[in-house]
Structure formats: structure tokens, C-alpha cells
Design a protein around this ligand. Structure first.
Ligand code: FMN
Length: 317
């Protein structure tokens, strides 16, 4: 087995790696050790509605893929309320989002915006570590907002708390998902960081993983996001040390995921919304993926979507 002693973690991608994705993954694929759930925003008031927590309902989670819920917010009192609700569901570990780059989030001091305000970040880390106990609260960050200097500045504060781990996506918020990951900046953070460190960003192939893990041998925790959505066999392939993609298993996984989406969706329109979001990632994995994606985008019903897919030969790119 390749890569012994490492952990592969499913990244939170809101609207993509939610409950149904995780269920279908576990039913058909392997290779992931755990998952971080897409963020749940803190709420005002003393109670969290059950609907808010539906995606992390423990009864619905697939066995074999331990889940860590994630919170986004900036108010320590609201964080405590949310952590209380998550603990009541049985979660011992929770992650804090300090990386969401969307301007409407970051401008309000949440997500990556939390990095700007040292006092607010410190208050959130203190509340989280106090509510969950040492080693149970974690943080997911970017390098900074406009440049890569902010995270190194905040590192002494961050690692003054007994966090479970620090997950770094080495882009700035300004970059959104464009440009390249800044591996020099990640190396500087890794050098200075005493907390268990998770690398996250642009691992799309086994080759990417091998290059990155050779460059950062001390990093044992690796988070896979868009690369795993585009190629659901990615974690398996990293474990096996070879490409394990298989079209029959892909089709079985996809049919299962489609059924799960359909069970939740009030109609074809909502279902196609989910499927098209998924296929925006999946299409480049296939030869002639652009042509397939163009055809899928035009479909208006579940039947049409399934017909286009069934008629497509599907060959790996
Ligand atoms: C559509 C989308 C939704 C995302 N939602 C979240 C989220 O809820 N919480 C979070 O911490 N990061 C979120 N991210 C960021 C990813 O977790 C990850 O950090 C980023 O995609 C880089 O990793 P990758 O190159 O492996 O995808 C999201 C990214 C995308 C593209």
C-alpha cells in the first residue's frame, strides 16, 4: 500500500460533498479516513433548529467515514450555542472555517475575514477550545486575504491554543480558486507550525499527491476536495499507488448518488441543479468531457439527463 501512515480527508464543499455524496461514496468507493462537513453558520438565540443540522444528523451518516462538522461565524457566544448543539448530537470534534473567500462572507469578518481581526479570531479559538476541550477544536484557513503574510502573523496566536489540527489551503482569499497554490508560503507555515498540519489544495491526481508528499514529508494529513469530486477514485488510487478508476464502478456510484439526490429533490429541476453542479467537476475527467458537459447542461429532465449519460461511451481522459 502506498502512503502508509497518512490520513486522507474529504474536504467540505458546500452543495457538493454533503450527506448524499458521502453516503454514495462509502457505498461504492474507498480510501478516505474521515470527512469535514460543509459549513453550518452560527445562529442568533439560544437554540439551533434541527433543520439547520440535518446534513450532520448522526443517524444518516454512513458508517466508516467519521465526520467532523464545521462552523462558520464570528461571535463566540453564538459559537458556543452551535458547539453545544453539535455535542448534543454526539460530535466531540468540530472545525472552524476561517477560509471562506466569498466577499459577502469575508467582508463581514467571517470565513477568511476572521483572519483580519486578531481579537475576534482569538476569542473564537478560546470559546471553541473551552467548549470542546483540548484537542477537539480545529481551524481551516487560507494564507491571508490579499497576500500571504497574514497567516504567518496569526500563527503564534493560533498555536497558542490546543487545537486538534490546522488545515491550510495555500491560496489567498483574493485568489478565490484561481491561480496556483503558493507552496513556498505553505512551506514557511509548515516550518513554523507546531500543530498537526493538514495540506489542502489542487490535489487532482496521484502524481500531484506524490509530488506534494515528497516535498512535505512531515505532513501526514491530506485533504482532497475538487480533485476527489472530479475523480471519486482519487483517494483509492493514492492508497493503492496506482490508478484504480473503473467505469462500471463509476456508473454504479453515479446511479446511486443520482437516486439519493432524487429522493431529496422536490422535482427534476432541483435534481438537475445538483447533478449539473457535480458534472461541472466530473466532466473534465472524461475524454470529450466538454462535449458531454455541453450536452448535459442542455438537459431539462431526469430522463433526458440519464439518456445523454447512457448513450455516452465514457472514456477516461
Ligand atoms: C463549491 C465549493 C464549496 C466549498 N465549501 C466549503 C465549506 O463549506 N467549508 C470550507 O472550509 N471550505 C469550503 N470550500 C473550500 C474547499 O474545502 C477546499 O479548501 C478548496 O476547494 C481547495 O481544495 P481542493 O483544491 O482540493 O478543492 C469550498 C470550495 C468549493 C469549490
Amino acid at each position: 500500500m502506498a502512503a502508509p501512515g497518512i490520513e486522507l480527508i474529504l474536504a467540505p464543499l458546500r452543495g457538493v460533498t454533503g450527506l448524499r455524496f458521502r453516503q454514495a461514496f462509502v457505498a461504492h468507493l474507498r480510501g478516505l479516513d474521515r470527512a469535514v462537513a460543509p459549513f453550518i453558520a452560527t445562529v442568533q438565540g439560544p437554540r439551533v433548529k434541527p433543520e439547520t443540522l440535518r446534513g450532520i444528523d448522526p443517524a444518516a451518516q454512513p458508517a466508516g467515514l467519521p465526520l467532523i462538522p464545521q462552523v462558520i461565524g464570528k461571535d463566540p457566544a453564538q459559537l458556543r450555542v452551535m458547539l453545544g448543539a453539535m455535542r448534543a448530537l454526539g460530535y466531540a470534534d468540530v472545525d472552524l472555517n476561517a477560509g471562506c473567500p466569498w466577499p459577502f462572507v469575508a467582508k463581514k469578518g467571517r470565513g477568511a475575514g476572521l483572519l483580519r481581526d486578531e481579537a475576534a479570531l482569538g476569542a473564537m479559538l478560546e470559546a471553541g477550545c473551552d467548549a470542546l476541550g483540548p484537542g477537539h477544536f480545529s481551524l481551516k484557513v487560507r494564507l491571508g486575504l490579499d497576500d500571504a503574510t497574514l497567516l504567518p502573523k496569526r500563527l503564534p496566536l493560533i498555536q497558542s491554543f490546543p487545537l486538534r489540527e490546522l488545515c491550510v489551503h495555500p491560496r489567498t482569499a483574493r485568489q478565490m480558486y484561481e491561480g496556483t497554490v503558493d507552496l513556498e508560503a505553505f512551506a514557511r507555515v509548515a516550518e513554523a507550525c507546531r500543530l498537526p498540519l493538514v495540506y489542502n489544495g489542487d490535489i487532482r491526481t496521484l502524481g500531484d499527491f506524490l509530488r506534494l508528499s515528497a516535498r512535505f514529508p512531515a505532513v501526514r494529513r491530506w485533504m482532497l476536495g475538487r480533485g476527489l469530486v472530479a475523480n471519486p477514485f482519487l483517494a483509492e488510487s493514492i492508497r493503492a499507488g496506482e490508478d484504480t478508476r473503473d467505469l462500471a464502478r463509476f456508473r454504479a456510484w453515479h446511479a446511486d448518488l443520482l437516486e439519493r439526490y432524487a429522493a431529496d429533490a422536490p422535482g427534476d429541476h432541483a435534481l438537475l441543479g445538483h447533478l449539473k453542479e457535480l458534472w461541472a467537476y466530473l466532466a473534465p475527467t472524461f475524454r470529450d468531457g466538454q462535449r458531454l458537459w455541453d450536452a448535459l447542461k442542455l438537459t431539462r429532465t431526469r430522463a433526458e439527463f440519464e439518456r445523454v449519460l447512457a448513450l455516452s461511451p465514457l472514456r477516461w481522459a
